[in-house]
Ligand binder design. Sequence first.
Ligand SMILES: Nc1ncnc2c1ncn2[C@@H]1O[C@H](COP(=O)(O)OP(=O)(O)OP(=O)(O)O)[C@@H](O)[C@H]1O
Length: 231
Amino acid sequence: MDITFQDISHTFERSGVRTDVLHQLNGQFSQSEVTALVGPSGSGKSTFLSLLGSLDRPTSGQILYDGQDITSWKNKRLSQFRSQEIGFIFQQFHLLPALTVSENLKVALLKQKTSFNQDDRILELLERVGLDDKRNALPAQLSGGQQQRVAIARALLHHPQWILADEPTGNLDSVTGDAIFELLLELHREAKCGVLFVTHDLELAERADRILFMQDGRIVEDRRKRTVQSV
Ligand SMILES: Nc1ncnc2c1ncn2[C@@H]1O[C@H](COP(=O)(O)OP(=O)(O)OP(=O)(O)O)[C@@H](O)[C@H]1O
């Protein structure tokens, strides 16, 4: 499921003050790639990511998933699509402090009918991210890297087509951040989900298949990693 964005512009308006944040963005993201979004603070990366993830609607322009214009959908259909097809990961892990690790995952599935057994899926994912022995721990009893692993497991519950991550390693030391990023790359390969992530870390961005550079709400460079051609 590829994402196409056409003429995306976005303006925030607060107390009569308008801020034009994104200007006529056009392009496509391929599910088969890991794409990094980089650029100076305030260049519009998080805003762009939240529009792509349908957390907000663009002021103008279209976002298409496999040709379907999600910007024309009503809120109910959009939120259903979002919860099924997109897994979000943020710099802050957003775990509920009073719930255990497995309860944090369980609550993300609350009142949802799923085609899979929820307890089995939770266990499978906790094993995958290396936290099955921590399933009864509270978030405060985990390290930052472990908390982000829980957030990654939560993002993957519904077998999403896309993972959208806003500074997923921003709160972690470089060694832990590296391990988390490596896990995202592995999940991309295993689950075949597209990965789009915002980062300030250029070394991390260099490990993506593609880097989009943003400045003042525009895409100023679009660089793909050169792949070695087999002979
Ligand atoms: N809800 C909002 N209301 C008004 N202005 C906003 C809102 N959210 C973001 N902005 C403004 O939009 C611009 C882009 O912000 P955004 O967070 O997308 O940038 P960014 O590139 O992700 O920055 P950073 O790297 O610092 O996270 C900034 O000028 C910001 O102040």
